[in-house]
Write a protein that binds this ligand. Structure first.
Ligand code: DMJ
Length: 644
């Protein structure tokens, strides 16, 4: 072949300064401009001036000027533009690089007094007058009792008479039953009403079948080895799943679970358990099922358990020990450390308060709310708390990490939710602490990635050194922030919620499996090629619920069905990569579709939380659980809101 005749075309990199921004470009622009008619030039000038005026108005918009319109806007009609659209509409804030801009947007109008007064009335319309006058009446305990469940209710009416409960308990219980009778026809759960909800129920039943066959009565199913694992030996999966079974109207499965609880769930066992885990999963599950079904057997079990857990609070400081032996009722710190986790000691209050109010035994509420006061009195970093606290001294561990993820997450969640649980009537310091903390988050933990501008929440190692790391656990926060905004928290919370929701979604979508890892890292100063990256050791997915929980709040509060579509994408990914013959399994690697490394573990929160939130997210009725009447505990167990 004669090489000289061949035409070889080579694309050489061109110096960008000569093209897009350089003198050549300027010359050619000028040439084009000169070729335009006067009319065309005038038209372009008018459009440019109009554009400048529009941008000026956009930029000068802030909370102060919008306060009035915020007050008048019914929350039901808030449409949070999802993702791409919202990017285009709101523009991007460079939080890390532009602190003054950040401060202007997030803080300029955050007067504590005004915020607290922005409570919502029954229509979801915030008022700025005295919130005591606009709160709803105490929520009635709804009776969602199903027809074939009525015999249980009659049975427990008899039980009330036969058993020798203290008089006040009996009276309270009779009031509850009376309330149930009054609301008998309200809010029956009807089961799935569309294809997506049916798919969730199928996933639930598939998991339940595997659990029933290979792990019945044990804590967790190991679906691949067709065996089980026990953590506390309390049938965690059954108890965690009770109210989901009820809400999904799975009557036969609910009945078999109920019989197991009635006959086999015993707490007089010589076993050490973790106060927090047993409170949120078992106590929370029993209480919520009691409220939904009206079946007093669940309350009796909850009361027995509560009495065995309460010795944890008997420490020198009142900050509870992390563990207790259910039989001897001796409490102690964890074996591996002298300290309790901060989230663990501050994520008991919804359950203990509800137990007190359901049984008229104040001990539980008193013990748990003392912890609120203790924590409130401790010095914090702009409302942010270290992740460890000592039950003996009652002090935070010096130089402990500050994080919105593991070991601190639900501290912030319960500040807001306790206030909601009591019809916004608890001591104001809880909601004040919540607002201070969110301000601290915005000031100290929020950053945006340099290229794609993802907003994320990092951690302060040793309480001071910023680390661009975010646990999947943190993805509960967008939902909680939106719930707070619906109830009168400032607009800066809404903005943070929607930006963070988007980032959490990206932690799923950026993975080949479309499942999020346990921990994501973010590009801080351009040191990494991609803005979101995952380390090999953090690439597992435990079937966790937090992001689905947030999507649920976004859908339930805004009615925007885009959040359902996002959830559906993730639900399909769970089906594709975590479904196995006998259930669903945690996986070790979300980064490779062909090597997901199944871990052979189905955690109880898959049924108790993740699938429940999926089911509610896909509901045609976004008030299937009425957020003005119920508050979900951190394990997705709904508890009634009541002022007394
Ligand atoms: C659940 O037990 C609860 O949601 C808790 O608050 C955090 N961890 C798990 C689920 O991820």
């Amino acid at each position: 072949m004669d090489l000289r005749k061949e035409h070889i075309s080579v694309l050489l990199p061109i110096n960008s300064s000569d093209t897009i921004y350089g003198p050549q470009a300027r010359k050619s622009l000028k040439r084009h401009w000169n070729q335009l008619s006067r009319f065309q030039k005038n038209l372009i000038c008018i459009v440019l001036v109009g554009l400048c005026i529009f941008v000026f108005f956009l930029v000068s918009y802030d909370d102060t000027t919008s306060k009035q319109s915020k007050i008048e806007q019914p929350l039901e009609h808030i449409q949070i533009a999802p993702f791409k659209d919202r990017h285009e509409n709101l523009g991007q804030l460079h939080l890390a690089e532009a602190a003054p801009e950040r401060d202007r947007i997030f803080h300029s109008t955050e007067s504590k007094v005004e915020e607290v007064n922005l409570a919502a009335n029954g229509n979801g319309i915030p008022h700025d007058d005295n919130r005591n006058s606009i709160d709803e009446p105490p929520a009635m305990i709804q009776n969602h009792r199903r027809e074939n469940n009525n015999h249980q209710s009659h049975e427990h009416e008899n039980e009330v008479k036969i058993r020798s409960e203290p008089k006040d308990v009996v009276e309270n219980e009779e009031n509850v039953l009376e309330e149930n009778r009054r609301s008998d026809s309200a809010n029956d759960f009807k089961g799935p009403t569309n294809v997506r909800q049916r798919a969730v129920v199928d996933a639930f039943l598939h998991s339940w079948k595997g659990y029933k066959e290979y792990a019945w009565g044990h804590d967790n199913l190991k679906p691949i080895s067709m065996s089980y694992s026990d953590w506390f030996g309390l049938g965690l999966t059954i108890v965690d799943a009770l109210d989901a079974l009820y809400i999904m109207d799975l009557q036969d499965e609910f009945d078999e679970a109920r019989s197991w609880v009635d006959q086999y769930l015993r707490f007089d066992v010589n076993r050490d358990v973790n106060l927090f885990e047993v409170t949120i999963r078992v106590l929370g599950g029993l209480l919520s099922t009691y409220h939904l079904s009206g079946d007093k057997m669940f309350l009796d079990k909850a009361l027995d358990l509560g009495k065995r857990l309460i010795p944890c609070f008997d420490s020198p400081s009142g900050i509870p020990y992390s563990d207790v032996n259910l039989e001897t009722m001796k409490a102690h710190p964890p074996k591996w450390s002298p300290d309790s986790s901060t989230s663990e000691v501050t994520t008991l209050q919804l359950e203990f308060r509800d137990l007190s109010r359901s049984t008229s035994n104040n001990d539980f509420e008193m013990a748990a709310t003392k912890v609120n006061v203790k924590i409130h009195d401790l010095e914090k970093n702009e409302g942010l708390v270290p992740i460890f606290i000592n039950a003996n001294t009652g002090q935070f561990r010096n130089f402990a990490t500050i994080s919105l993820g593991a070991r601190a997450d639900s501290y912030y969640e319960y500040l807001l939710k306790q206030w909601l649980q009591t019809g916004k009537k608890t001591d104001d310091f809880l909601i004040d602490d919540y607002q201070t903390a969110i301000r601290g988050v915005i000031n100290q933990l929020v950053r945006k990635t340099p290229n794609e501008k993802h907003l994320y929440i990092g951690e302060l190692i040793n309480g001071k050194d910023f680390k661009p790391k975010m646990d999947h656990l943190t993805c509960y926060l967008p939902g909680t922030l939106l719930l707070g905004y619906k109830n009168g928290m400032p607009k800066s919370h809404l903005k943070l919620a929607s930006d963070l929701l988007e980032t959490c979604y990206q932690t799923y979508m950026k993975q080949p499996t479309q499942l999020a890892p346990e921990i994501s890292y973010f590009n801080l100063n351009g040191e990494s090629e991609s803005d979101i990256y995952v380390k090999t050791n953090d690439a597992h997915n435990l079937l966790r619920p937090e992001f689905i929980e947030s999507l649920y709040y976004f859908y339930a509060i805004t009615g925007n069905k885009t959040y359902q579509d996002m959830g559906w994408t993730i639900f399909e990914a769970f089906n594709k990569y975590t479904k196995v013959k006998n259930g669903y399994t945690s996986i070790g690697n979300v980064k490779n579709q062909l090597n997901t490394r199944p871990r052979d573990m189905m955690e109880s929160f898959w049924l108790g939380e993740t699938l429940k939130y999926f089911y509610l997210l896909f509901s045609d009725d976004r008030s299937e659980i009425d957020l003005d009447k119920y508050v979900f505990n951190t394990e997705a167990h709904p508890l009634p809101i009541r002022e007394y």
